[in-house]
Design a binder for this molecule. Structure first.
Ligand code: NAD
Length: 351
């Protein structure tokens, strides 16, 4: 047999989702609801999205069944239970999530339990809206399930909804998106498609972020960040995540930490740990940054006006080894084996 025939075959499932992108896209949401044939919409919003949710509630008119404003980070099963009571009481037949990854996560959890169609309207760069992944927390443990059916059928990206993000969230949420792309570059199941998505996402984030941080109202820069976050989210759907996401899941689950800040502070440390073992990812990131990617990302992360260390987030120093042990015990696929000693050292440097 020729070498050509012995090459491994890639099989990709693509997601049947409908995506609306651009300034003002939110005004099309009522039309999308009509298209779905839904009559009793549950609107899930985070507090920060209240103004946008009010506007949408008005536009939905009689198709709005009720609102649930209690979405919180890491999709606690108890909160989902309360929202399920609302779903039952109002006989909702579709869910619209407007807000960050917390609102989108709750809508996924509700859809997983009821089969309701979802419309996701993200206001951060978390990327969950295009990922067939749901992380849920119960008793301090975050478990993650993967299923194409979890992905919202309709996603609405309106960069005008991101203009209210303060500098800190803009930075940390962008680095959260960058982490999705970077992990896709060194994933064991990377393909030409995921490489293309991850490269464009990384380039867009690293290019646009400094401009947006200098002028938070720069709509074109916000658009580029949001588009890049979309591509980065698509990476999550297409490749397996490694040490970075595992650390974020374990630390986030154990200590109930803010998602984007945690990602932002870990990324440069994990890049320093992995890039020497991931030459292809390193070469791409060097080309994009025109320098040392660890230094570029580390400098961005250090510019955060909130906590930049695990210590400042309140993680106790004596817990770091237990985190490393949990990671090493059942590691996500990673270019460098995450052995307990080495991961403990990584965590100490992030502490
Ligand atoms: P979030 O939704 O908790 O939002 C963070 C904070 O920002 C909140 O206080 C929120 O009210 C505020 N906020 C959101 N949008 C804003 C805006 N436009 N202007 C001002 N403030 C705004 O956090 P997140 O980082 O977007 O998402 C984190 C959650 O998403 C976690 O639960 C995480 O597990 C989940 N997530 C899941 C996936 C997945 O694939 N399943 C991917 C990424 C994130």
């Amino acid at each position: 047999m020729s070498e050509h025939h012995a090459a491994p075959v890639t099989v990709l499932d693509t997601l049947p989702s409908r995506v609306l992108v651009g300034p003002g896209a939110r005004h099309r949401i009522p039309g999308e609801i009509e298209r779905l044939g839904a009559r009793r919409v549950l609107l899930v919003a985070t507090g920060s999205a209240r103004a946008a949710a009010d506007e949408l509630a008005g536009a939905l008119g009689p198709r709005l069944a009720t609102r649930f404003d209690g979405a919180v980070v890491h999709t606690p099963v108890a909160v989902t239970g309360r929202a399920m009571e609302v779903v039952g009481r109002t006989a909702a037949d579709a869910v619209v999530a407007i807000g960050g990854g917390s609102a989108v996560g709750l809508a996924k959890a509700l859809s997983a339990r009821t089969g309701m169609p979802q419309v996701a309207v993200p206001t951060t760069y978390a990327g969950s809206e295009v990922a067939p992944v749901l992380g849920e927390t119960e008793n301090g443990v975050k478990t993650t399930r993967h299923d194409l059916a979890l992905t919202p059928g309709t996603v609405v990206y309106d960069p005008e909804l991101t203009l209210t993000m303060p500098a800190g969230l803009t930075l940390t949420s962008s680095l959260n998106a960058l982490a999705h792309a970077v992990e896709a570059l060194w994933a064991p199941d990377a393909t030409a498609l995921s490489d293309a998505l991850a490269t464009e996402a990384s380039d867009g984030i690293l290019d646009a972020l400094p401009h947006v941080l200098a002028d938070l109202t720069a709509l074109r820069g916000r658009e580029r960040l949001q588009e890049s976050a979309w591509l980065a989210g698509l990476c999550l759907a297409r490749t397996r995540t490694g040490l970075h996401h595992q650390l974020a899941h374990v630390l986030g689950g154990m200590f109930d930490l803010p998602h984007a800040e945690l990602h932002a502070m870990l990324l440069a440390h994990v890049m320093a740990f992995n890039l020497p073992s991931a030459p292809k990812a390193a070469a791409r990131l060097e080309r994009i940054t025109g320098g040392d990617p660890v230094e570029v990302v580390g400098r961005l992360a250090a510019g955060h006006d909130g906590p930049t260390t695990l210590r400042a987030l309140g993680v106790p120093r004596d817990a770091l080894r237990a985190v490393a042990e949990r990671v090493a015990d059942r590691p996500y696929p990673n270019p460098r084996p995450p052995e307990t000693e080495a991961v403990t050292r990584l965590l100490h440097s992030a502490w």
